[in-house]
Design a protein around this ligand. Structure first.
Ligand code: FMN
Length: 386
């Protein structure tokens, strides 16, 4: 029996109570001093909303499309590579998103096979990093295409920053006897999490089946991570090659600078996501919401501009749309829901966002989300970054 929660913050607290401390800490993530992580949240709080007294609709059609995929509201599941949150993992997320009509990005570091995720939600974009050789990338793309992925997300902003002032959790290479013994004390004080895996006769799986080697060997999370670390970052020519090779819709995720947005458009991207990887990356990168207006002004007429980072409530979605986003992507919000209540928790998070969007639009007294502009907001001087 799952219990309803009224906000993403309530889901986060429930997740913190249910997860072993190290699993919770892997989800919270962040990097270095946590400035970017904090700014992602603070940026939404800095923006005010201007309520009006009369007029406007009571009911709203929030539906849109993202890279050709229908979405019941302008929200997409952002790809996250966290494995041990819930026994059903990405399949539960896919089912919850499908129930609510929401497309999903699946990380190449996901623990569940793309095949199972697509059978739960056909609206899946497969996310890739610039990792391995071109032959490897072509093989992973072709597999994604054969399995029915509707597009690719190419995430470019990773910086291999591995230190956090609050410490990083121990993540084993494999869940073997030694790892189980190490985790046992944590799991014993979080019995509900451990029982979930026991009931499904699963142990948390730390392999990444969607980026297998040419001979079919499935690497461990750290094995694939090592390959990625040894791959030099791509040039814009590489990115154009990537887009041409897929020959379909590609979102370039992790754009912050206006010039990069322009280069992504020139490379053939169908969409970009203004993002700092949820603050897990180059700490000191200001919140994507601050970069969004300039990026949307520069390329919004040519590609779909999304943003991700810090979305926790419906009014955040409205603020991002008002500042130029076609849609937003969510990361931790659905991870907290998944950790707290499995598939029902993912649906609950999406319902919280939908109701929040609707009540914000009602308070602004508008007829549609598309009507909201910066004129409905109070944006403090100096908020945006050029
Ligand atoms: C635990 C965790 C794992 C993530 N793994 C990936 C990943 O594998 N690929 C990717 O493109 N982004 C990854 N991200 C970034 C998210 O897709 C997204 O950009 C970020 O979570 C948005 O910020 P939010 O969590 O505040 O919504 C990850 C984020 C978190 C928190």
């Amino acid at each position: 029996m799952s219990r309803w929660f009224e906000s993403v913050e309530v889901a986060r607290r429930r997740a913190q109570r249910r997860l072993p401390a190290s699993v919770y800490s892997a989800l919270k993530a962040g990097s270095e001093h946590g400035d970017s992580y904090a700014d992602n949240l603070a940026s939404f709080s800095e923006i005010g909303l201007i309520p009006r007294a009369a007029g406007g609709s009571a009911w709203f059609d929030l539906s849109t499309t993202v890279m050709g995929q229908p979405a019941s509201m302008p929200v997409v599941i952002s790809p996250t590579g966290v494995q041990a949150v819930h026994p059903e993992g990405e399949v539960a997320v896919a089912r919850g998103a499908a129930e609510r009509g929401i497309p999903m990005g699946l990380s190449s570091f996901a623990s569940r096979d793309l095949r199972d995720v697509i059978s739960a939600n056909p609206s899946v974009f497969f996310q890739m990093y610039w990792m391995g050789s071109r032959d490897d990338m072509v093989r992973w793309m072709e597999r994604a295409r054969d399995l029915g992925a509707k597009g690719l997300i190419l995430t470019l902003d990773w910086s291999f920053s591995h230190s956090r002032d609050w410490g990083s959790p121990y993540i084993p290479e494999r869940v073997d006897r030694r790892a189980i013994l190490t985790y046992l004390p944590e799991a014993m004080i979080r019995p509900r999490w451990a029982l979930g895996f026991a009931r499904q006769r699963r142990i948390p799986d730390l392999t990444v089946p969607n980026v297998a080697a040419a001979d079919g060997t499935v690497p461990t999370f750290f094995g694939a991570y090592g390959t990625w670390m040894q791959t030099p970052p791509p040039t814009w020519e590489d990115i154009a090659w990537f887009v041409r090779t897929w020959a379909g819709e590609v979102m370039v995720k992790g754009v912050w600078h206006v010039d990069d947005a322009r280069r992504a458009v020139d490379a053939g991207a169908a969409a970009i996501s203004v993002s700092n990887h949820g603050g897990n990356n180059l700490d000191g990168t200001p919140a994507p919401l601050r970069a969004l207006p300039a990026v949307a002004r520069a390329v919004g007429g040519e590609v779909e501009v999304l943003m991700d980072g810090g979305i926790r409530r419906g009014s955040d979605v409205v603020k991002a749309v008002a500042l130029g986003a076609r849609a937003v992507m969510i990361g931790r919000a659905y991870l907290w829901g998944l950790a707290a209540e499995g598939q029902a928790g993912v649906e609950n998070v999406l319902d919280v966002l939908r109701m929040g969007i609707e009540s914000t639009l009602r308070g602004l007294r508008v007829d549609a989300l598309s009507e909201v502009t910066p004129a409905n907001l109070i944006v403090p001087d100096g908020f945006t970054r050029p």
